[in-house]
Each structure stands twice: as structure tokens, then as C-alpha cells.
Design a binder for this molecule. Structure first.
Ligand code: BJW
Length: 248
């Protein structure tokens, strides 16, 4: 039995008896669908684009057309991408545990397309735009327009995502926080854990004695139960974990 087998076996036992599983996902879970992460040194978005220019309120105020173009390109790529086995494994997991709260920092919509219900989107969605004046949220707009306008009032629309320095959607953050406080199993998948407040959620769960799994590609720091770590690809590890726990 390898170390990986041992961790999968041990964590699967927690999943089998869990009453409430909370899952936090980040860009890494969509990497195997061909969507770049943010902080990979070669392929990450922040290796090629300036977050201050493209993912900040000040950047949008300076050049809204540039920011809209970047998000339009990412939306087209996300629509062309397919959910991968990691997204499907989480949708399957929800069918086997009494309660599952799926919290994502991703804006690509791939969890929903894999069949996960009630996804908590902490950082908004590529598929929504918000009116700068009346706050209304829109799921369709004039995609050919460089600066799309609100169909209600004609004011400028902005991508409905959370940029640095902005508050997260209140209801989404409250639901995520409460899940971290109340769950008995927490999984953090494909996130570097550097962006707050999402990064605090696994620590909150650990503080309440939940079994916590951190799964990403990076070298793990030493861990012992109730903290488990796996360095591996989500699309390979998650289907194995769900199979081990529930024989599917
Ligand atoms: C794989 C894999 C595979 C790869 N399988 N794994 C407290 C302390 C310090 C700072 C702050 C703080 N509180 C707030 C802040 C400021 C700021 C912040 O956290 N800054 C830090 C960077 C220092 N936070 C905010 O501003 C937040 N707002 C807020 O808190 O408001 C109140 C407030 C404001 C100001 C001060 C105090 C309070 C808002 C954060 C918004 C983040 N927005 C973005 C852009 C969203 C829209 C868009 O997509 O364009 O969100 S930035 C970007 O980072 C995006 C992501 O959701 C987020 C996290 O990235 P993620 O998902 O972790 O990706 P990576 O690339 O970092 O990691 C990928 C991981 O996957 C790696 O680990 C790989 O190993 C792994 N991986 N392939 C498994 N196949």
C-alpha cells in the first residue's frame, strides 16, 4: 500500500460516516478541463496578465473595454471546456452523503454543468453581468458590445465577479462560513489557499475538529489526522476517493 492509498483509505472512512461534508474548490479543479489556474509560474493567468489592470475596480474604471474583452475571452473558453472527472466525482459524492455544501472560488460554471446542485459561488460568475447603477444581475447581454449596457436603465454593466479589495457576496460567504463551522468533513481542492477569506475556511473547519483534506499539486507540509494532505491531480484522486468510500 502506498502513502496515497493509505490516505485515500483513511479519508474515505471519514466520508462514509460524515453527516455534513463541505468542499472548497479553486482553479486547480478546472485545470484538467484546460482552464488555466492563476498562480502557476508558467501557465497561470497572473504570469501573463496584471491583476491590478484586469481584476480590480481601479483597473475597470481606467479601461472597462479591456477588462470586458478579457472576461469575454475567458467566458468563451469556459463555455467550450467540459467538466472533468473531478467535477463529476463531487456531483456523485453529493448523492451519497446526507448534506454536502459545495463552495467554489471558480467562476467557470463547470460544477453546475457536471450536475452539482446549489453551488456557492464565492467570487461570482463569468456567466453573469451586473449593472453598475441599479445592481441588477443579467445572464444574457449584448456579447458583441465592447461596453455592454443594462437593459433596464442603460448604465454600464460589469462582470459579476469579485475583484481584489471587494466584498464577497454576503449570503454566499455566510453560507460557506457556517458550513465550515458545522461540517464534520472538509475538503479543499485545487486552491493555493492564499486568497482571503476563502483561505480561512479549512482552518475554521479544522478548529472545529472536522477531518480536513487538502488536495493540490504542491508539496504538502507534514499532516496528521484530522488533517490529511494529498499531492495529486484532482481528476485522478477524487474519483478514486469516492469509489473507495461508496463503491461507485
Ligand atoms: C491542482 C491541479 C490539479 C493545479 N489538481 N490541484 C487577510 C489577509 C491578507 C489579505 C487579505 C485579507 N483579507 C482580505 C485580503 C485582501 C485580498 C487577499 O486575500 N489578498 C491576498 C492575495 C493576500 N482579498 C480580497 O480582496 C477579497 N475581498 C475581501 O476580503 O473583502 C474584504 C476586505 C478587502 C480588503 C481588505 C480587507 C478585507 C476578494 C478576493 C477576490 C479574489 N478574486 C480573484 C479573481 C476572481 C475573478 C476572476 O476569476 O477573474 O479570484 S483573484 C483569483 O484568486 C481568483 C481565484 O478565485 C482566487 C484563488 O485562486 P485559486 O483558485 O486558489 O488558484 P491558484 O492559481 O492560486 O491555485 C491553484 C491551485 O491548484 C494550486 O495549489 C495548484 O497546485 C493546484 N492545482 N492543477 C489538483 N490538476
Amino acid at each position: 500500500m502506498t502513502d496515497l492509498d493509505a490516505v485515500i483509505t483513511a479519508f474515505a472512512a471519514h466520508l462514509r460516516t460524515a453527516r455534513h461534508v463541505a468542499v472548497l474548490t479553486g482553479a486547480g479543479i478546472s485545470a484538467e478541463s484546460g482552464i488555466p489556474t492563476f498562480r502557476d509560474a508558467q501557465t497561470g493567468l497572473w504570469a501573463h496578465f496584471d491583476p491590478e489592470e484586469l481584476a480590480s475596480p481601479a483597473g475597470f474604471a481606467r479601461n472597462p473595454a479591456l477588462v470586458w474583452r478579457w472576461y469575454a475571452e475567458r467566458r468563451v473558453k469556459a463555455c467550450a471546456a467540459q467538466p472533468n472527472p473531478a467535477h463529476y466525482a463531487l456531483a456523485e459524492l453529493a448523492k451519497h452523503v446526507p448534506q454536502l455544501t459545495l463552495i467554489t472560488q471558480n467562476i467557470d460554471g463547470l460544477h453546475q454543468r457536471a450536475g452539482s446542485p446549489h453551488v456557492i459561488e464565492l467570487h461570482g460568475s463569468l456567466h453573469h453581468a451586473r449593472c453598475m447603477a441599479d445592481g441588477s444581475v443579467h445572464t444574457t447581454w449584448d456579447y458583441d458590445e465592447k461596453l455592454p449596457r443594462c437593459p433596464n436603465c442603460g448604465a454600464m454593466l460589469r462582470p459579476d465577479v469579485v475583484w481584489f479589495g471587494e466584498m464577497l457576496p454576503r449570503k454566499a460567504l455566510e453560507t460557506a462560513w457556517e458550513a465550515a463551522l458545522k461540517c464534520d468533513v472538509f475538503m479543499s481542492i485545487g486552491t493555493s489557499g492564499v486568497v482571503e477569506p476563502a483561505a480561512s475556511l479549512p482552518r475554521v473547519a479544522l478548529g472545529r475538529d472536522a477531518a480536513v483534506l487538502i488536495l493540490n499539486l504542491e508539496q504538502a507540509t507534514a499532516a496528521r489526522p484530522p488533517l490529511f494532505t494529498i499531492n495529486g491531480k484532482a481528476g485522478e484522486v477524487l474519483p478514486r476517493l469516492v469509489r473507495e468510500a461508496f463503491g461507485k
